[in-house]
Design a protein around this ligand. Structure first.
Ligand SMILES: [Cu+2]
Length: 445
């Protein structure tokens, strides 16, 4: 990793400033959450006890819920045998609270660290370890984080589905990280999980419409989500509600991606497969058949009070006409001794990128110079996708994670609000990130 001094403030000063600035809006509150990271026994598969690592004694960790304008005060105690940190994926919080090794000393075994920040945006976010991630994320150190606005669309029910997979050996133990194929593909396990359980059954009432908040917490797996092949409506992405309802029968969730969908109504007695359709992301491991994550059973009818407007949110486009990008990000790879395949940004592992000035429009072309897809994640800020392989997306949205297709490119636009400090972007295939496909940069005033 490249050493780089903090030029504006020292981390301690930045941390104190962030702490002091975390005040709830009028009428909102400070929500204290006590989280313990510890080794537990967990039944990913019923009857099979697996040593896992978890927040709050469960996989996923407890869903943290708040309203826009609340302050979350999260006391994280580390009972693991090694250090950890927690990253608040998608939240626009001060750099000092971002939960990476760049902005804080890792939390040693036995230590407690307190994160404190105001939540500014409604949406489906998640938290996860950002330390030794190939091990810690795989073992279960992740959870959902839901922030609601005061005027959400009305549904009959809401559920949060956190997708993952785990690679278990015959004795039910999590396999240690592999080498050549796994360093290229990233870790994929054949035990497919929703909310920490293998292919669970989900039941909903006939005639009702539910809001499903879906998080892909897998280390590497892409999920081309289908609900029995039926149409569903996309209402949200990584950065909250999208501009207008988009009806489809499938949606691609790269690693770390989130989507919110309106599901139903269905007829009593129906059984639907919640599954991933075949998808080729360029990995050695192929997904040629649909793979089931859950079974949806439709029970007795119940009255519906769901009201979903077509227009969900006003999103002002950051770019309207032709525009010249001010930065190129090139995702590439090289062969090396440490991981077999070393992954790079602009030909450098753990790249040091140019600073970004507060308020200045950023238009970045992210080029993928490799034969595998990469999910590009920007910490701490939302961007708008302007084009994927030259084509504008179907709807306007805010996102923090976007798939960059193999040998393809994505153009994004974003603007840093006034949160100076050290930030990063990286591929969210955990093994690619670890092997160098990441960059640090500073946001400066
Ligand atoms: Cu990657």
């Amino acid at each position: 990793m490249h050493g780089s001094a903090f030029t504006s403030t020292t981390p301690d000063d930045a941390f104190t400033e962030a702490w002091d600035s975390a005040q709830p809006d009028p009428g909102r509150s400070v929500i204290r959450v006590d989280l313990e990271a510890a080794e537990i026994d967990w039944e990913f598969v019923p009857g099979v006890r697996t040593r896992a690592w978890a927040f709050g004694g469960q996989v996923p960790g407890p869903t943290i819920e708040a309203q826009v304008g609340d302050v979350l005060e999260i006391h994280l105690t580390n009972h693991l045998p090694e250090p950890t940190v927690a990253h608040w994926h998608g939240l626009r919080i001060p750099a000092a609270m971002d939960g990476t090794e760049r902005v804080q000393r890792p939390i040693a075994p036995g230590e407690t660290f307190v994160y404190r920040f105001r939540v500014a945006d409604a949406g489906t976010f998640w938290y996860h370890s950002h330390y030794n991630e190939a091990v810690q994320l795989e073992r279960g150190l992740y959870g959902a984080l839901i922030v609601r606005a005061s005027d959400e669309p009305v549904f009959d029910a809401e559920r949060t589905l956190v997708i993952d997979d785990v690679a278990l050996d015959a004795a039910g133990r999590i396999r240690p990280p592999g080498w050549w194929i796994e360093s290229h593909d990233g870790r994929e396990g054949s035990t497919r999980l929703i909310n920490g359980r293998v292919e669970p059954e989900v039941e909903m009432a006939a005639g009702q419409v539910e809001r499903w908040r879906i998080v892909n917490a897998a280390s590497a797996r892409y999920v081309r989500l289908s609900v029995g092949g039926r149409p569903f409506r996309i209402i949200g992405s990584g950065g909250g509600l999208i501009s207008e309802v988009y009806t489809t029968t499938e949606v691609l969730l790269p690693a770390a991606g989130r989507v919110e969908i309106a599901v139903g109504p269905f007829v009593a007695g129906e059984t639907l497969r919640v599954e991933s359709l075949p998808f080729n992301r360029g990995s050695f491991r192929k997904h040629r058949k649909p793979e089931r994550f859950a079974t949806l059973r439709v029970g007795a009818p119940a009255p519906s009070a769901a009201q979903l407007p077509d227009r969900l949110r006003e999103i002002a486009p950051l770019v309207t006409g032709p525009v010249t990008p001010n930065r190129e990000v090139r995702l590439g790879f090289t062969l090396g001794l440490k991981h077999g395949v070393e992954f790079t940004v602009n030909h450098e592992q753990h790249h040091r990128a140019d600073p970004v000035r507060v308020g200045e429009l950023q238009v970045w072309d992210v080029h993928n110079r490799s034969p595998v897809h990469h999910p590009f994640h920007l910490h701490g800020f939302f961007f708008q996708v302007l084009a994927v392989n030259g084509t504008a997306p179907a709807y306007l949205a805010w996102d923090d994670t976007v798939n960059v297709p193999a040998f393809g490119s994505v153009r994004i636009a974003w603007r840093a609000d006034d949160r100076p400090g050290e930030w990063m972007y990286h591929c969210h295939i955990i093994e690619h990130h670890a092997a160098g496909m990441m960059a640090h940069f500073e946001v400066v005033r």
